[in-house]
Ligand binder design. Structure first.
Ligand code: 2BA
Length: 109
């Protein structure tokens, strides 16, 4: 068994969850925050049989698109001008960031 940890954009999460659950995959949704942008994203925990992993990754791929996000960034106040300059930085976020890890034991009590 594997645990798939998928970090996806909040806007893609609803359709992805709908698609996964309609195909009988079990998921847990966590509200998470990206360390770099400090913006909300969604992390899904998906316990899956080994033979389903590629199928699930395909479903994630078909529901999650990459996006450009603008990160406001500021230069320090310069001694010469005393001016605080703000300039945007563009980063490309996702599709999805996916980790697949081995599950040593899975029990339901
Ligand atoms: P964030 O950490 O908010 O990162 C958002 C996007 O900012 C990243 O998109 C990447 O394009 C850029 N970015 C992140 N760190 C950067 C850095 N040090 N320098 C320059 N650009 C940087 P993605 O790579 O698609 O990541 C989307 C979200 O997935 C991340 O949100 C984070 O929550 C998660 N993530 C990505 N890689 C991870 C990893 N190795 N471990 C844990 N979480 C990860």
């Amino acid at each position: 068994m594997k645990l798939i940890i998928a970090i996806v954009h909040d806007e893609d999460a609803g359709d992805l969850i709908q698609d996964l659950t309609s195909k009988q995959f079990r998921i847990t949704k966590l509200a998470t925050t990206g360390g770099f942008l400090k913006a909300g994203n969604t992390t899904l925990l998906i316990g899956a049989e080994d033979e389903d992993v590629d199928k699930i990754i395909d479903i994630i791929k078909s529901n999650c698109q990459s996006r450009k996000e603008i990160l406001p960034s500021s230069s320090p106040i310069t001694a010469a001008t005393g001016v605080f300059i703000s300039y945007p930085v563009e980063v490309t976020v996702g599709g999805a960031t996916v980790f697949v890890v081995d599950v040593e034991k899975h029990v339901k009590l």
